[in-house]
Design a binder for this molecule. Structure first.
Ligand SMILES: Nc1nc2c(c(=O)[nH]1)N[C@H]1C(S)=C(S)[C@@H](COP(=O)(O)O)O[C@H]1N2
Ligand SMILES: [Mo]
Length: 279
């Protein structure tokens, strides 16, 4: 019994010593290794900047940054598919945003009263259909109070009203090859266009959206801001509002909408910003 106890202790203590020695050795090796890693990291960061600066520039920024942006873009893209909603606020918290960005809306002769929305039908190769504001206002009206976030760093809560893009495409069969309406925005027909392009009447400002963002329940063809018809500087008579994306995508004064198989041209993406511009 004693013998057994002794043996079990001695058998137990030897491996413990060995284990401690091994652990110490491993720790030394590890710290040596992490020291080497640190040294390499320092060298890499010096060389890294030089390397980065020598990379090809894509869309106005070095390619590695571009790739991170595109990766982030794909992450927010996944959010859209799972139908994340932007937070909504009480109407009483709404304020008037500054008028920001006037590309494509500075034509003083523009007449909002004779304006018509032109939509190029995806199903009949570019056939254009026209809509008056009254026709759009006859569709179900959606009101929401959401945050407008500018990529420059400011944001403001605004009350918007208009027709959901998805209600528009549910009513008018414009975005599918087979010319059927998109009745379920969560599951558009297989032949629905993958992209939507919007441009101002003078075509000076333009944005592209993935169809899943266009069909998002908070994406509006908007005609009212804080209970009033849109003013010229805020995009009269019709603008886009899509609160999961930055302001750059909220095209003011929509002139033409078209559908496409590839990414439509996008004013700020051409200048180096993330194409999805989600947040
Ligand atoms: N036609 C047009 N739409 C535009 C812009 C622009 O320059 N031209 N700027 C965008 C940007 S960067 C922002 S932040 C919002 C600002 O909307 P607001 O002027 O109603 O505040 O409009 C967007 N829509
Ligand atoms: Mo912006």
């Amino acid at each position: 019994m004693t013998d057994h106890l002794y043996r079990s202790v001695s058998l137990g203590s030897n491996p413990t010593d060995a284990a401690q020695a091994a652990a110490l050795q491993a720790a030394t090796k590890r710290s040596r290794r992490s020291f080497i890693a640190l040294g390499l990291a320092v060298l890499a960061s010096i060389g890294g900047w030089r390397w980065l600066l020598e990379r090809p520039v894509v869309g106005g920024i070095p390619r590695p940054f571009r790739q991170v942006l595109d990766f982030n873009g794909r992450l927010t893209q996944i959010d859209y598919q799972s139908m994340r909603l932007a937070p909504e606020f009480t109407k009483g918290n709404a304020r008037s945003p500054r008028a920001n960005g006037s590309v494509g809306i500075d034509d003083q002769n523009f007449d909002a009263t004779t304006w018509q929305l032109l939509v190029q039908d995806y199903g009949s190769s570019g056939r254009t259909q026209k809509f008056t504001l009254a026709e759009l206002q006859a569709l179900p009206r959606t009101e929401m109070t959401t945050e407008l976030k500018c990529i420059e760093g400011w944001s403001v809560i605004v009350n918007w009203a208009g027709v959901r893009f998805s209600d528009f495409l549910g009513h008018y069969p414009l975005a599918t090859r087979s010319r059927q309406p998109i009745l379920n925005p969560n599951q558009p027909p297989a032949d629905a266009a993958p992209y939507v392009g919007l441009v101002t009447p003078d075509e000076a400002y333009y944005v592209g959206l993935e169809m899943s963002s266009a069909l998002h329940p908070q994406t509006l063809l908007c005609y009212e801001m804080n209970g009033q018809p849109l003013t010229q500087e805020h995009g009269a008579p019709l603008r886009l509002v899509t609160p999961l994306k930055y302001g750059i995508k909220h095209l003011k004064r929509i002139g033409i909408i078209s559908f496409a198989d590839t990414r439509p041209k996008d004013y700020w993406a051409e200048r180096g910003y993330d194409w999805y511009a989600g947040h």
